[in-house]
Ligand binder design. Structure first.
Ligand SMILES: [Zn+2]
Length: 232
């Protein structure tokens, strides 16, 4: 299957001051993941297992910082999809687990198929550029929210839906529970829209680089710079 683009949001923010950054990334949990491919369109995931399985069904996984961050979060989540079926010929109960249990192995599978735009650019430039900087300089388009906002939106959505709507129901306030629940859904939708918008930015930046054989970013002095790329 053709290329698939993806991005995830996490329940907690990465602690930038943690001396062991890899361990910090491994302990993050997915809040939402979005993928886009020509064959399946936009897909929203709330669990890591089905997302990893969906990604691996494609020839190439395109992401931004995915080999360091997103693939690690997926691989170190203990979740693995399990399919159980009954084989009428042998009379046996069949259990199929399409993903390896070992985080290292799953990470290897994901990385082997990944093309990470951030790593590719860092190897050419010698420093990291952000998706926001590429989007602004190449497409003239900014990001519509930030990572920290996405983390807070997820906390608010979960608290409203799983805590406050039940608390209101418990005390007999059905109307209040419905209102709070609807507000939780609104935050959840914003989170998913933000993640999906980043996937589209990623896709457009990749397509821009393929078509123009160069990509623009803004440097630390906010000046627009152009770098040649050999993306295909
Ligand atoms: Zn697809």
């Amino acid at each position: 299957m053709p290329d698939i683009f993806y991005d995830i949001e996490t329940k907690e923010l990465l602690d930038q001051h943690d001396p062991d950054e890899d361990a910090a990334i491994r302990s993050l949990h997915l809040s939402v993941g979005v993928s886009w491919c020509e064959c399946h369109g936009n897909q929203v995931f709330h669990n890591t297992g089905p997302l990893a399985e969906h990604l691996l069904a494609h020839d190439r996984i395109i992401g931004f910082y995915t080999t360091h961050f997103d693939n690690t979060v997926l691989a170190w989540s203990p979740e693995r999809p399990t399919y159980e079926s009954y084989d009428p010929v042998t009379g046996k109960h069949v259990v199929r687990k399409p993903l390896p249990d070992s985080p290292e192995e799953l990470k290897k599978l994901l990385d082997a198929k990944s093309f990470d735009l951030q790593i590719d650019l860092e190897s050419r430039l010698g420093f990291r550029v952000s998706l926001a900087s590429l989007a602004e300089a190449s497409l003239g388009k900014g990001k519509n929210a930030s990572g920290p906002q996405a983390v807070v939106w997820n906390h608010v959505a979960v608290a409203l839906r799983d805590r406050w709507s039940f608390a209101l129901m418990d005390v007999g306030d059905k109307v209040g529970a419905e209102r709070v629940n609807a507000l939780g859904v609104w935050f959840q939708e914003r989170l998913e829209e933000y993640c999906a918008a980043d996937v589209q930015l990623l896709r457009r930046i990749f397509e821009y680089g393929v078509m123009n054989r160069r990509i623009a970013y803004t440097d630390f002095k906010s000046e627009r710079r152009v770098i040649r790329v050999q993306w295909k």
